[in-house]
Write a protein that binds this ligand. Structure first.
Ligand code: SF4
Length: 419
């Protein structure tokens, strides 16, 4: 019998809004992003996009209202959102009025709890990070800076437009504006990166005093080969140049060096007062990303924008990545036609065993792990016993099971056995 995972539709606890525009496209990037004249200049499509997003917010909110009632703080109302996350792309490019308009629409249609976490992703360059004081006034409480490296050569290699000094300026400006929670993203296993340059980047990030640090190994997938870039797929086709860049970069990656980088980071961030609450994420106490925790805890999150994925507690759906179809549905050229939800798809519903496997895989990502008793039966007991014998998991005194540091490094091997 499969362990019980209660799958039932419930109101979203968070909302993701995707902003698919960047000044230029980094060759490793798999996010749904457009650049060039779509982003800058007289023919940019940002204004049309913001209109479309506001309409999608209304249409999605109508559906949620219909299923779970309207948001509010009184009995019988659904709870307002605990988090809003504006990701991209580079949502810090949004004009302050547009940013404020999106936050306000979310507050009006979905509700935002007192003290809700409202994050915007930002690139650190002076022409990309936006006015942090106006972002604060729009309701932003958390900024996630895509620093990636503090080494100028690595930033150039990655196609990034900012300098290492820009990150310090961006963090200083955010602090001066009173932004209460600041994250810095770094990449490791970057072509040409040495252990010395990685430790230097990490030290420089820590020296800026962030509240949260995310460390991601550079992943060089091929969404075309994975069949994700068709007309209703959740990815855009990869350019030939980006594909060639990835082929060259792949041969310069090194698993052993990446493991050494991760081990160093675990040691150094712990020493600096962070705790690794998830495989790739470290926070000072109280600064864990509430929005991302909802994904790992398998809680329902609504999502808006091309390529965005939502979960309602039972089913997962996505919106197609292509901007033309997205805008055509939400802003029909024929004004006699009402706006409709954009194209996309729904994943097949998981059976109870698959849902439990998903809960186990997501839960093991967390430092808190999962309750051991809930998974001590087939088909999971065998894998957990194997991982225990291999020193990849450990039991806590309160009856939970979680990864050891070696287990974190080999998590994909454990997950592969659970799928
Ligand atoms: S800045 Fe970020 S979202 Fe934009 S292309 Fe680069 S990696 Fe992708």
């Amino acid at each position: 019998m499969a362990p019980s995972v209660v799958d039932a539709p419930s109101p979203p606890v968070g909302l993701y809004v995707h902003f698919p525009f960047c000044v230029s496209i980094c060759p490793y990037c798999d996010f749904v992003v457009l650049a060039g004249s779509d982003t800058l200049g007289p023919r940019n499509r940002i204004a049309s996009y913001v209109d479309a997003v506001l309409t999608e917010l209304d249409l999605r909110a109508d559906v949620v209202d219909e299923r779970f009632g309207r948001p509010g703080r009184t009995a019988g109302r659904r709870a307002p959102l605990a988090s809003l996350y504006l990701g991209g792309g580079t949502p810090s490019l949004l004009a302050p009025d547009d940013l404020a308009g999106i936050v306000e629409r979310v507050r009006r249609r979905f509700g935002l709890a007192d003290g809700a976490e409202v994050t915007v992703e930002a690139n650190p360059g002076p022409d990309e990070r936006g006015d942090v004081f106006l972002q604060r006034d729009a309701g932003i409480s958390r900024i996630s800076f895509g620093a990636q490296s503090f080494n100028a050569a690595e930033l150039g290699q990655l196609g990034r437009r900012h300098s290492p000094g820009d990150v310090a300026d961006a963090v200083d400006a955010a602090r001066a504006a009173g932004i209460g929670s600041i994250n810095i993203d770094l990449l490791y296993d970057v072509p040409g990166q040495s252990l010395a340059s990685w430790t230097d980047s990490l030290e420089r990030a820590i020296a800026l005093g962030p509240d949260h640090v995310s460390l991601y190994a550079l992943v060089l997938d091929d969404p075309d080969a994975e069949g994700l870039t068709g007309p209703s797929g959740d990815h855009l086709p990869t350019s030939a140049g980006a594909r060639r860049w990835r082929e060259r970069a792949r041969v310069a990656q090194d698993d052993d060096r990446a493991a050494a980088m991760y081990h160093f980071a675990v040691h150094r961030l712990t020493e600096a007062g962070f705790h690794g609450y998830e495989l790739s994420n470290w926070a000072r106490p109280g600064h864990e990303s509430r929005h991302n925790l909802a994904y790992w805890e398998r809680r329902p999150v609504e999502a808006v924008g091309p390529g965005a994925h939502a979960f309602d507690g039972l089913d997962r759906r996505w919106t197609a990545a292509r901007l033309d179809g997205y805008i055509a549905a939400l802003r029909p050229a024929d004004h006699a036609v009402p706006p409709s939800l954009p194209p996309g798809g729904v994943e097949p519903r998981l059976d109870p065993t698959a849902a439990a496997a998903e809960a186990l895989i997501l839960g093991l990502r967390l430092e808190a792990g999962v309750p051991l008793l809930a998974f001590l039966e087939p088909p999971f007991d065998e894998t957990l016993a194997w991982a225990d014998a291999a020193g990849l998991v450990e039991q806590t005194t309160d009856g939970r099971v979680r990864f050891t540091t070696n287990g974190r490094l080999l998590s994909n091997e454990v997950f592969a056995r659970l799928i």
